[in-house]
Design a protein around this ligand. Structure first.
Ligand code: 1CP
Length: 354
């Protein structure tokens, strides 16, 4: 494999010294980029892009051609696992993801099998291998998955939801069935991420977008426990180098100290928690990733720079900060503002590493 030319992201995740704060953006490949919209229109739909390794590679590289980012992230989706389990994923224009066959009871859960990542999800592994080849060691490649709880919300609801009524009904009325589903998902996510690592992913991230809709006790039982199972089952080294894992639960600042005990290398933080407070909570056990509100990218470049300065000051001096947004970049953002954001991190962060 190619030697890595820029490893500032991996070193920050390991809380090793860096000359500046690395930056990448959640959803950095996607709809805010005109070149993505064009390719997506030619391909017809989103899953066609994901299932074609050359197209997935092209989309992964698009943001890196525009901006000096410190990592690439595999272009794919968290819903590939339920799709591979046979739920029938489809996208209705303007409506987000949907499943033809949602999973609502124990009988349906018992029928699910753990996908073989090199078979049903072979297209993802081929995309990872293609991207690694085309990146030529420029920056590391991040692989990812959804958390078991977050995947379960889509599988039980049959798509996106606002009130989580079906998934919470299953969780409270049939907790054992819910645990069976989450255990199968934890096994699936572990083998999926290990296959991405074997294929060349140099870091992995688990997106728990919906863990924050649970009470602290239910979060522990139905989300964190299964992320712990994943962390325990991951291959943490490849090519003689540590493969760091980042856990991100959105809207769960109160869970950060418990999350830091899982053995993960880093935690994602959204903008509802101050980084100074987060750093106190995790006591230097993990690196922190975050945490600008993606809506700040609607502001002027001067205002964006102010916000970057405030976030750097909040984390303070020292190692272990990966700059990012607190959630995905919005499709309406002007790419020039994303550029101003990234440049501000390059300009202002070296002062925090001297
Ligand atoms: O072109 C299109 O219309 C498709 C839009 C789209 C894109 C660009 C979807 C459908 N997924 C993606 C890519 C994607 N999804 C990436 C790519 C890598 C990157 O550049 O970051 C990643 C990491 C994801 C992860 C993902 N998908 C999450 C977790 C992170 C998060 O943003 O919270 C979730 C919850 C999904 C589900 C999903 N897939 C797509 C959409 C629109 C959604 C969200 C639906 C919802 O809000 O419930």
């Amino acid at each position: 494999m190619n030697t890595l030319q820029n490893d500032v992201y991996l070193r920050a995740l390991m809380r090793e010294p860096t000359e500046r704060t690395p930056i990448w953006m959640m959803r950095q490949a996607g709809r805010y980029l005109p070149e993505y919209r064009e390719l997506r229109q030619q391909a017809g739909d989103f899953m066609t892009l994901c299932k074609n390794p050359e197209l997935a590679c092209e989309v992964t590289l698009q943001p890196l051609r525009r901006f000096p980012l410190d990592a690439a992230i595999l272009f794919s989706d968290i819903l590939t696992i339920p799709d591979a389990m046979g739920l029938g994923l489809y996208f209705e224009t303007g409506e987000g993801p949907k499943f033809e066959r949602p999973v609502r009871d124990l009988a349906a859960i018992n029928k699910l099998s753990v996908p073989d990542p090199e078979q049903e999800l072979g297209y993802v592994m081929n995309a990872v291998r293609t991207i690694r080849r085309e990146l030529k060691g420029e920056v590391p490649l991040i692989g990812f998955s959804g958390s078991p709880w977050t995947l379960a919300t889509y599988m039980v609801e049959g798509g996106s939801t606002k009130n989580f009524s079906e998934v919470k009904k299953l969780m409270f009325a049939e907790p054992q069935a819910m645990h069976q589903l989450l255990d199968k998902l934890a096994q699936s996510v572990t083998s999926y991420l290990n296959a991405q690592i074997a294929a060349g992913a140099q870091a992995v991230m688990v997106f728990d977008t919906w863990g924050g809709v649970l009470s602290p006790r239910d979060y522990r039982e139905f989300s964190l426990r299964y992320m712990q199972q994943i962390v325990d089952g991951l291959t943490r080294e490849n090519d003689g180098r540590r493969v760091p894992v980042t856990l991100f639960t959105k809207n769960a600042g109160n869970a950060l100290s418990e999350m830091a005990e899982t053995g993960a290398d880093a935690l994602g933080v959204d903008w509802t928690t101050d980084l100074a407070e987060a750093r106190t909570l995790v006591q230097d056990k993990v690196a922190l990733q975050g945490n600008m509100d993606p809506s700040v990218l609607y502001a002027s470049p001067a205002r964006i720079e102010e916000e970057v300065a405030a976030i750097l000051a909040s984390y303070g001096k020292g190692n272990g900060h990966v700059f990012n947004l607190g959630h995905g970049i919005h499709p309406q953002v002007n790419p020039e503002h994303a550029k101003a954001f990234i440049e501000a991190v390059h300009k202002l962060s070296p002062a925090y590493h001297r």
